[in-house]
Design a protein around this ligand. Structure first.
Ligand code: APR
Length: 234
């Protein structure tokens, strides 16, 4: 008798897109080595120098447009063909969607969208790569990147916690779990949930002690893990 089909929730971070050429944040030479968070990723930065903030995200957006999903992203598409898979990502790139994943929740926003700088619920797609000063929302206010900045609330956190609480398998991939509240999602798992983490580095974070660590590149370890899950539950 085959095991009942598990609910699978993925929590992804910058490490899943690293092999697509998109920089991570806290690795050596990462984005926060090159840029001061306080200059480009806080509401205060936006008030002080919105042009610098727009330039920072315009550069990152062009890199996202030029990037392609890698085998880690595609392995999750294979997984959802057989199981109920929900992806909760901290990433603002659209590589999960471009790989073909159909259930993707962006905790920290989406770089290819803009929002009204006054009404956060007015969100539009950004055509092409740039968002410039003078581009206004329908209510006549400057558009800003649809990204959650440090110090801002994470609107989808409750929804994400509810998803993780239903998971039978919880797979963390490519995140240092250094940023809250996303990092607390690991505590939303139910007691019998099986937890894995795919990460290229040794795990220093105490949070990871109850997770099965598959040490290596996401592009290699994710397909391996997906294959073993499909074998175990089919
Ligand atoms: N394969 C697997 N893991 C990798 C790879 C790879 N090729 N490359 C890097 N990693 C791992 C690193 O070891 C690290 O644990 O990915 C993780 C990346 O961690 P961070 O750079 O901190 O990125 P992330 O955890 O996604 O950051 C969370 O912080 O700045 C905010 O909003 C931003 O969403 C971001 C959040």
């Amino acid at each position: 008798m085959t095991k009942s089909k598990p609910n699978i929730v993925i929590l992804s971070g910058a490490g899943i897109s690293a092999e697509s050429g998109l920089g991570t944040f806290r690795d050596k030479g990462g984005l926060w080595d090159e840029h001061d968070i306080n200059d480009v990723a806080t509401p205060e930065a936006w008030q002080k120098n919105p042009t610098l903030v727009l330039d920072f995200y315009n550069q990152r957006r062009q890199s996202v447009i030029d990037a392609k999903p890698n085998s880690a992203h595609f392995s999750l598409v294979d997984l959802e063909k057989k199981f109920n898979v929900s992806i909760v990502t901290q990433n603002i790139d659209d590589l999960h969607e471009r790989a073909g994943s159909s259930s993707v929740m962006h905790l920290h926003g989406e770089i290819r969208k803009a929002q009204c700088s006054i009404d956060e619920f007015e969100v539009i797609e950004i055509e092409g790569g740039g968002l410039e000063m003078g581009e206004m929302s329908s209510s006549g206010h400057q558009l800003r990147p649809h990204v959650v900045w440090f110090g801002e609330a994470v609107p989808k956190m409750n929804e994400a916690e509810a998803l993780v609480a239903e998971a039978d398998l919880f797979i963390v991939v490519g995140t240092s779990l250094n940023v809250y509240p996303a990092a607390n999602l690991i505590y939303s798992c139910k007691k019998l949930c099986k937890k894995y983490i795919v990460d290229i580095n040794e795990l220093t974070n105490a949070k990871f002690k109850n997770l099965v660590h598959l040490k290596g590149k996401a592009s290699e370890k994710m397909p391996e893990l997906v294959k073993s899950i499909i074998k175990e539950y089919s």
